[in-house]
Ligand binder design. Sequence first.
Ligand code: URA
Length: 199
Amino acid sequence: MSDKILETIYEKERERLLSLSSSTLTGEYTSPVFGEGKINAQLMFIGEAPGKDETTLSRPFVGKAGKQLDEILKAVQIDRKTAFVTNSVKYRPTRIKRTVANRTPAKNEIKESAECLKREIELVQPRIIATLGNSPLYAVSHIFSLGNLLIGNVHGAPIKIDDETVLFPLYHPASVIYNRSLIDTLKSDMTKLAELLKT
Ligand code: URA
């Protein structure tokens, strides 16, 4: 039953994205990457948007950032298979550099994608929503009217959403690939998340 509801949520988002094809925004709308993992998971990871590898394989976090995420999860003994993993935006936002390159989704794209994410959250009902980077933090703040939260100020500590749910903001695993000084921060925040999961 839940799987069917999830399929319906994604079908609706697929239709919305196809209706955007004449938009001036660029992105691989026709190859969306949807969430995967356990429905009823206690923990939901929300990333920014799929990249090239994710779009090719139709799975979230399977490229460079995914490998970084898997490595850190392994170090803190969180089993990715027990979580639900999705993104704030379900298509790859692109720009033309010399070839096609990833870009950060614009705020309006995150807002326009928020209905799909909201319905995923309602279906999975995670106890902990762990956002990876600023885009999903913006998406979740928008959905639950949490105000203007910035990752640099709020990472590594739970923020109450309601009696059953907390938001746990983390840096994006790709940001630590390009900024090595952040890796210790992300590891230490992830350790706190692992502790919270045990409570
Ligand atoms: N970065 C993200 O935010 N999500 C993915 O799925 C892959 C890379």
